[in-house]
Design a protein around this ligand. Structure first.
Ligand SMILES: [Zn+2]
Ligand SMILES: [Zn+2]
Length: 451
């Protein structure tokens, strides 16, 4: 009896291509009492493996949460397999908007304590006392209501690339963190406002709505089936999509486009961009947003440090990785000081009431553009030398020089030498020097401040 994968991801990708069958990517979840999750897990694996189901599935005493893909031809056989369980009869399967035959390359069914890590002790409240489910059309209508507060129940890296207009987007890394923060911030509006919430597929709102009702919120609503089902209904019924940008998804696609709006920026240069990537340095793997230009320039890395690492022989890279626990980096998901255009504050951000609507309060950030890096400092004349890697600098520009030892120093350029000649302008590829009242270090970053 085979209960585990026998093929590697690469072999699987080749097999999928050879089979030439169109696959469906879908997700679903159900809360239910499952007395023996391990048995349930094994039964699912045995039923789904022959149907060529691939994906990531969590089962727990409290239910099942599944993201998977399967050959479209096997869809009805798959449906039959889940409907042998009473609690999954008639369950809504969220079909992905964009299809990718390689969305998953393995079948992984895991037994967990919870199907969503919420950090909640279930005994404290009634998880079945959930909010009112809304279809896309009703959700759109309630968004227009001035007494509505709409909250994005997802994490910062998800809401960053796409969200409902006017939504409050808590700056959190995990669902667990978001609940008490939202409760705290909205404490004054438990009865006078309608609390409208949404997430990717609806599962997080099931728990969150029960939690907020338990905490005394009187008008709690949730988007049924989440952004995925909303988008399907918007398309089917020809409604206006009030969700703008991309919907972050947890398979290798990292997001599916809902509208043409680009609501985020490249974390390295600030250009409009909503393409997530993982740093190619295996020892880093940071999740961040990177435009094509920066991807080329930075060789897919999040920092110059990671570029240096990937050019080392594989053995040396492995040696560096040993002993480094990078789990923290991976789960920080884009919160790293090397990223210029990302809010890297460790705090969770706040939002306050302002008039009838709630407005997200964002820290006013200095807009800056990456120019180059420090290559030398001449202490006697107190002159810094920089290699210009991107964009350009002109006399009169104010620049920010940033580094671990240097800190953040601002200065306006009144005079400079470009390739040893006086010049008004310097562009990528050139070396330039100018006078500085402080010492710079090798690899200090040079940015132009934009107004
Ligand atoms: Zn960029
Ligand atoms: Zn990196």
């Amino acid at each position: 009896m085979q209960l585990y994968n026998t093929l590697s991801a690469e072999e699987r990708a080749i097999m999928i291509d050879d089979a030439g069958k169109q696959r469906l990517t879908l997700s679903f979840y159900a809360y239910a009492q499952i007395p023996d999750p391990t048995q349930f897990r094994n039964d699912l694996f045995l039923a789904w493996n022959p149907l060529e189901v691939l994906g990531r599935i969590y089962v727990a005493n409290e239910g099942i949460n599944a993201q998977l893909s399967l050959p479209a031809d096997n869809f009805y056989a798959f449906k039959d397999s889940i409907e042998t369980y009473a609690f999954m009869k008639g369950i809504r399967l969220n079909i992905a908007v964009e299809q990718d035959d390689h969305s998953f390359l393995k079948l992984t069914v895991k037994v967990r304590d919870k199907i969503v890590a919420d950090g909640l002790v279930d005994e404290t409240f009634d998880v079945t006392n959930i909010g009112i489910h809304l279809k896309a059309k009703q959700f759109n209508e309630l968004l227009e209501d001035p007494n509505t507060i709409v909250v994005d129940m997802r994490n910062h890296y998800e809401s960053e690339i796409g969200h409902f207009t006017n939504a409050i987007k808590p700056d959190v890394d995990t669902f667990r963190e978001s609940l008490p923060i939202i409760e705290d911030q909205l404490a004054a509006h438990k009865s006078d406002k309608k609390l409208l919430m949404y997430c990717t597929g609806g599962i997080r709102c099931e728990k969150a709505s029960a939690y907020f009702k338990h905490k005394g919120f009187e008008n709690v609503y949730q988007l049924e089936g989440g952004i995925i089902e909303y988008t399907r209904q918007v398309k089917e019924k020809g409604l206006q999509s009030k969700f703008i940008g991309k919907n972050f998804v947890f398979d290798h696609r990292l997001g599916e486009r809902i509208t043409d709006d680009i609501v985020s920026q490249c974390h390295q240069c600030g250009a409009a961009c909503d393409v997530h990537t993982n740093c190619v340095n295996e020892g880093c793997h940071l999740l961040f947003i990177q435009c094509e230009k920066c991807a080329q320039l930075m060789e897919g890395c999040c920092s110059t440090t990671c570029i240096d690492v990937i050019h080392l022989p594989e053995e040396e890279q492995k040696a560096i990785r040993r002993g480094i626990k990078n789990g923290n980096m991976i789960f920080k998901k884009g919160k790293s000081d090397v990223l210029t255009f990302k809010n890297n504050k460790e705090s969770h951000g706040t939002f306050v009431a302002e008039g009838p609507k709630m407005v997200a309060l964002k820290e006013v950030k200095v807009k800056k553009q990456y120019i180059g890096k420090g290559t030398h400092f001449f202490p006697k004349p107190s002159v810094g030398q920089f290699l210009i890697e991107d964009n350009e600098l002109n006399i009169g520009d104010t620049v920010l020089i940033k580094g671990i030892t240097t800190g953040e120093q601002k200065i306006t350029i009144t005079e400079m030498l470009v390739n040893d000649k006086t010049a008004d302008n310097v562009t990528a590829g050139d070396t330039c020097t100018f006078k500085l009242p402080f010492r710079i270090r090798l690899s200090d970053k040079l940015y132009k401040i934009l107004d």
